[in-house]
Design a protein around this ligand. Structure first.
Ligand SMILES: N[C@@H](CCC(=O)N[C@@H](CS)C(=O)NCC(=O)O)C(=O)O
Length: 80
């Protein structure tokens, strides 16, 4: 299942969440907040320390940048 590292008030994360909803994709929200121990764990996964960050374990893909993530979701999981 897709995993989205994010936090709720992040506007870029919101765009990705909305796309996931629009495409009816189930996903795991990995809620991380800047400056917390969990954020430090996250930075090991994404040294750029930026959310949203999408992990697609089935395809061995991980990426940041909301526009890229949205494009990926449309390409790979879009309905047409
Ligand atoms: N261009 C990026 C911007 C993402 C961004 O600025 N995310 C902020 C949260 S809203 C962030 O991760 N900040 C982490 C930091 O500054 O350490 C995108 O579109 O995804």
């Amino acid at each position: 299942m897709l995993e989205l590292y994010q936090f709720e008030s992040c506007p870029y994360c919101r765009r990705v969440r909305e796309k996931l909803s629009e495409l009816e994709i189930d996903y795991i929200a990995r809620n991380v907040r800047i400056g917390t121990p969990k954020w430090k764990e996250f930075s090991a996964l994404n040294p750029n320390e930026q959310v949203p960050f999408l992990v697609d374990p089935d395809r061995g893909v991980s990426m940041e940048e909301s526009a890229e993530i949205i494009g990926y979701l449309e390409r790979v999981y879009g309905k047409n």
